[in-house]
Write a new protein. Structure first.
Length: 215
């Protein structure tokens, strides 16, 4: 039997997506073998320890330059040797050197229907644009911020009563369903990034990725 896919998760805060990944891993073909945070006070570290997952803290404040932090993080990950690196609320913009080092095995989840609304404040931007739907997307990470090929997305309706906070809650619920599913696909060897595109079962995915319900 093939060993489960080993996953390292990078976090900065509460770790709710990490918790969803931990919970789903009990019945999946991946195992979280490391959780690393740039924030020593991240609550997600406690979630990992409660699940008996090894943790490390590498504070970006201990480095004078961004690239020095990225290289320290790369060195730690290279010692762990995960099959996949997952960003789950990791609040650092990673350098091209880091991204290229883990090219094709680095995932991120973003609170919008990429390629719409890269960057921050997505919930408020959706409201201001008058969109009828919102959601989350998982993508391979490339040098372009939130610009890597999208793998999958999940949508939520925007109602007249919604504000940024209620939209965030809706999107979070979808993230907790979406991220474990995409990690599972990678672990099964069905998901790859080739020539700047995401591929599932040998088929190139559309720019917006597949809807969760089609995975």
């Amino acid at each position: 039997m093939k060993d489960p896919c080993s996953v390292a998760v990078l976090i900065s805060g509460n770790g709710t997506n990490l918790q969803a990944l931990i919970d789903a891993s009990e019945d999946a073909n991946y195992r979280i073998t490391a959780v690393i945070s740039n924030n020593p006070d991240a609550y997600g570290l406690r979630r990992a320890r409660d699940a008996d997952i090894p943790t490390w803290t590498i504070s970006h404040r201990d480095f004078n330059q961004r690239i020095e932090f990225d290289r320290a993080l790369m060195a730690r990950l290279d010692r762990i040797q995960p099959d996949l690196v997952v960003l789950a609320g990791f609040m650092r913009i990673l350098s091209a050197e880091f991204v290229n080092h883990f090219s094709g095995r680095l995932l991120n989840i973003h609170p919008s229907l990429l390629p719409r609304y890269p960057g921050t404040d997505t919930h408020q931007r959706v409201l201001e644009a008058g969109d009828s739907e919102h959601g989350a997307a998982v993508h391979f990470v490339t040098e372009e911020l939130d610009g890597g090929p999208v793998i999958a997305h999940s949508t939520v309706p925007v109602s007249p009563e919604d504000d940024a906070s209620s939209l965030q809650e809706k999107v979070h619920r979808e993230e907790y369903r979406l991220y474990p599913r995409v990690v599972t696909l990678f672990a099964e060897g069905r998901l790859k990034m080739t020539d700047g595109r995401a591929w599932l079962d040998g088929n190139a995915l559309p720019a917006e990725g597949l809807h969760l319900e089609r995975l």
